[in-house]
Design a protein around this ligand. Structure first.
Ligand SMILES: NC(=O)c1ccc[n+]([C@@H]2O[C@H](COP(=O)([O-])OP(=O)(O)OC[C@H]3O[C@@H](n4cnc5c(N)ncnc54)[C@H](OP(=O)(O)O)[C@@H]3O)[C@@H](O)[C@H]2O)c1
Length: 203
């Protein structure tokens, strides 16, 4: 398969690329490095990548710099917009482009994070967007053009392999979920890479 990876040089993205390149052709995108340079929150830049890279089977979005951690009373509109523009709008937009440019039977895998369900006093400009992306994926997957699959990987904090524990995962573990999303048949699925943390009861 031919896979376009946004955030390919990141902590998670590097491992995704490593695991994919054994079987697939990977094209990397970053705002400063990669086969293509594009800010994923800049629509014109994203469109230009899709016009250049043809015959795509899958897209992975694992872009960093999307989270701001501050106490609630220090979060202003700009901090909130930061997450909204990156985690939500930029990822939503990539799904629209996937519908237009991906081959039949293609897939798109987005990224959220466990702060959707395990908030802390500094996560209010981040966790709610993770939750929104998970819900977007679950609700919109059935309405995509036939054959196109959409999933999201929700990582817990990523640590070195020797520090892996409940609620702490390695980049290798997280990357394996992106590979499952691409190579499997799932759609509308939230792959929770939460290191054995349970899904808390809501409501
Ligand atoms: N790491 C964790 O513990 C953790 C936990 C939960 C969720 N997550 C989520 O997982 C995702 C990836 O996290 P990470 O820790 O792997 O991030 P990271 O290491 O900071 O990843 C940085 C990657 O994103 C690219 N990038 C940054 N800004 C970009 C932009 N505006 N446009 C295009 N590419 C851009 C960078 O390339 P350039 O330098 O070339 O721009 C680089 O490839 C994020 O959504 C994060 O919220 C991470």
């Amino acid at each position: 398969m031919k896979v376009l990876v946004f955030g390919a040089s990141g902590k998670i993205g590097r491992q995704v690329v490593k695991q994919l390149t054994t079987k697939h052709e990977v094209i990397s995108v970053g705002s400063r490095s990669g086969d293509h340079i594009a800010d994923y929150s800049d629509e014109a830049a994203v469109q230009s990548v899709f016009e250049k890279v043809t015959n795509l089977d899958a897209i992975v979005v694992a872009v960093g710099g999307d989270s701001i951690f501050k106490p609630l009373n220090e979060i202003g509109d700009n901090e909130f917009r930061h997450g909204a523009e990156r985690k939500l709008v930029a990822q939503f937009r990539l799904v629209r482009y996937a519908e237009k440019y991906l081959n039949e039977g293609g897939s798109i895998t987005l990224t959220s994070g466990f702060l959707s369900h395990y908030p802390n006093p500094y996560s209010m400009a981040t966790g709610p967007f993770n939750a929104a992306i998970d819900t977007f994926v679950q609700q919109s997957a059935p309405w995509l053009k036939p054959g196109l699959r959409l999933n999201v990987v929700s990582p817990a904090p990523v640590v070195e392999a020797e520090r892996v524990a409940k609620g702490l995962v390695s980049a290798e573990q997280v990357a394996a979920y992106y590979v499952d999303s691409i190579e499997g048949q799932a759609s509308g699925k939230v792959f929770r890479a939460w290191g054995d943390l349970p899904l808390p009861a809501t409501d």
